[in-house]
Design a protein around this ligand. Structure first.
Ligand code: PMV
Length: 326
């Protein structure tokens, strides 16, 4: 009745921004990501018959309130699916600099989906795990797999066809992803709220959706052919478009700080100097810079010179879900 699983975070190259169903976490569009080797969550789940409710311990601290609620709501899905009625102790540890604004919800829910089903001895496919993880946090459905991953939005209203698949394994293309920390504070507008407001109010949202298909096609082709310049060009443009939708929301909001823009400009200057580097930004001020391993040192050296940069974390494509023996 106990199992331990580890899942890694991922960074989207083509962003998921907007839900068509809030309850089921069904997205408005397909998205494509890279799973990162350095950031992960390890979660043990133990089902115990004598428990009156679920217990959630994160990094050694027992959490109640909203945090515990989210875990319990997710375990309710697992209980419904497996027809098991007991409660569980969930112990998680994050190897993700959450204080630096790097999201741990993707790795967290992917690890919880894997550990909880395994603890109950429930047979489930990767697509099934991805579908389950999606209902904890959308981007978690991509963290089931290593390397390059696509989340298919699906069409069904029950969400059974909305899950991720792997495009290319982590061994098949070596890239460098540098997480640039400029600000450690928590974001003001959570991604869930930000997406909702954008879909409901931004006149630019239709433009975002209409422009996605060519981005997806170009990204899939770049991954299949390992053409870095094409991949970089599209991923940077896609991130810019996602952030543009928020500027048109009512009330408008933005995640960038002046330091975010400094890093973006430094990346563009690197390209003017002939170094292929591209940036992407999620729902926060920190930037991820993507380059080829041969340029990794030059890019890191340039970024280190910026006064606004507080820390740099170098990542490469990482693995999917795996189970640990405890
Ligand atoms: O799944 P969430 O709620 O963490 O939302 C992720 C949203 C973005 O990070 C901005 C984009 C993405 O596809 O990961």
């Amino acid at each position: 009745m106990k199992a331990t699983a580890r899942a890694h975070t991922n960074i989207a190259l083509i962003k998921y921004w907007g839900k068509r169903d809030e309850q089921l976490f069904l997205p408005m569009n397909n998205s494509i990501s890279i799973t990162l080797d350095q950031f992960y969550t390890t979660t043990s789940v133990t089902f115990q018959d004598d428990l009156a409710s679920d217990v959630f311990v994160l990094d050694g601290v027992e959490l109640g309130g909203a945090e515990q609620n989210k875990i319990s709501t997710f375990l309710d899905l697992v209980r419904r699916m497996t027809k098991h009625h007991g409660h569980a102790v969930v112990e998680s540890s994050n190897n993700v600099p959450t204080a630096a604004g790097f999201a741990s919800s993707a790795s967290g829910f992917a690890a919880l989906a894997a550990a909880s089903t395994k603890a109950l001895g429930y047979e489930i496919s990767d697509a099934g795990l991805s579908t389950l993880a999606r209902q904890g946090s959308g981007s978690a459905c991509r963290s089931i797999y290593g390397g390059f991953v696509e989340w298919h939005m699906g069409e069904k209203i029950d969400g059974t066809d909305s899950f991720a698949t792997q495009l290319l394994s982590e061994e098949d293309w070596q890239l460098s992803i540098i997480s640039v920390m400029v600000e450690a504070k928590q974001k003001k507008v959570l991604s869930r709220e930000g997406m909702k407001r954008t879909v409901a109010t931004s006149p630019f949202y239709d433009g975002w959706l209409a422009s996605l298909e060519p981005d997806l096609l170009a990204t899939r082709a770049a991954i299949a052919d390992r053409t870095f310049e094409q991949l970089g060009t599209v991923l940077e443009r896609n991130a810019m478009k996602m952030h543009a939708t928020m500027l048109g929301a009512n009330p408008p909001f933005m995640y960038w700080m002046s330091s975010t823009i400094e890093v973006m400009q430094a990346v563009q200057e690197l390209r003017e100097d002939g170094i292929q580097a591209y940036f992407t930004i999620d729902a926060g001020p920190n930037v991820k810079v993507i380059c080829q391993p041969a340029d990794e040192k030059a890019v890191m050296d340039r970024l280190k010179q910026l006064m606004c940069v507080k820390d740099l974390f170098l990542c490469h494509p990482g693995p999917g879900i795996h189970y640990l023996t405890t």
